[in-house]
Ligand binder design. Structure first.
Ligand code: C5P
Length: 201
């Protein structure tokens, strides 16, 4: 059985949590495509050429822990504007999406560019303030010394860059179900996402 669930949305809207829960509910494999851009961003911070890094990237070697920092997130959104970087990552994502057994991919352009024919599409969003608060809580929980206003500024800067880029900007696909998690607890958001996917089965 081949079935692709595309989940897009801005940073810290709850995409990752929802994607993992939906994948586990349906027994599908899950790919957080942001990790691919973060890995390339990490190479940029190390002084390497991002296009070469994207072409040479081995997705099997992504170390999630090292890639979940604010510096890497900003670098990821900088390399994500480069068409050659995006192009180098397309085949791996499409291959993953069509794997036997079903797949959930979360990112910014899955329903619009990577998998325009995905069987189910969700656009998970929330207000910038709510998303900044969630990211702030997460970073504080990891013991990092962060400031809420700075986190909000980062969220807005990343939104602006992701939405205004020429190549694969962040936008809801026309046929995506929008899930606004601003006022929702995790369980409610996951239930809404599962119901939206069931409706396309
Ligand atoms: O989702 P995450 O915060 O890990 O993504 C990091 C950055 O990677 C995003 O801000 C975005 O610029 C980029 N990205 C993208 N397309 C995707 C996933 C992530 O451009 N499918």
């Amino acid at each position: 059985m081949i079935f692709t669930i595309a989940i897009d949305g801005p940073a810290a809207a709850g995409k990752g949590t929802i994607a993992r829960a939906v994948a586990s509910h349906f027994g599908f494999a899950h790919l957080d495509t942001g990790l691919l851009y973060r890995a390339v961003g990490r190479h940029l911070l190390d002084g390497e050429d991002p296009v070469q890094a994207a072409r040479a990237l081995d997705p099997a070697e992504l170390d999630e822990g090292a890639l979940r920092t604010p510096e890497v997130a900003q670098a990821a959104s900088e390399v994500a504007v480069l068409p050659e970087v995006r192009a180098a990552l397309v085949d791996f994502q499409r291959g993953f999406a069509r794997r036997e057994g079903g797949a959930v991919l979360d990112g910014r352009d899955i329903g619009t560019v990577i998998c325009p024919l995905a069987e189910a599409k969700l656009f998970v969003t929330a207000s910038a303030e709510v998303r900044a608060q969630r990211r702030f809580d997460e970073l504080i929980g990891k013991g990092l010394d962060v400031d809420y206003d700075k986190v909000l500024e980062d969220v807005r800067a990343r939104d602006a860059r992701d939405m205004s880029r020429a190549e694969a900007p962040l936008v809801a696909a026309e046929d995506a179900t929008v899930v606004d998690t601003s006022e929702m607890a995790i369980a409610g958001a996951v239930a809404a996402a599962i119901a939206a996917v069931e409706a396309r089965r």
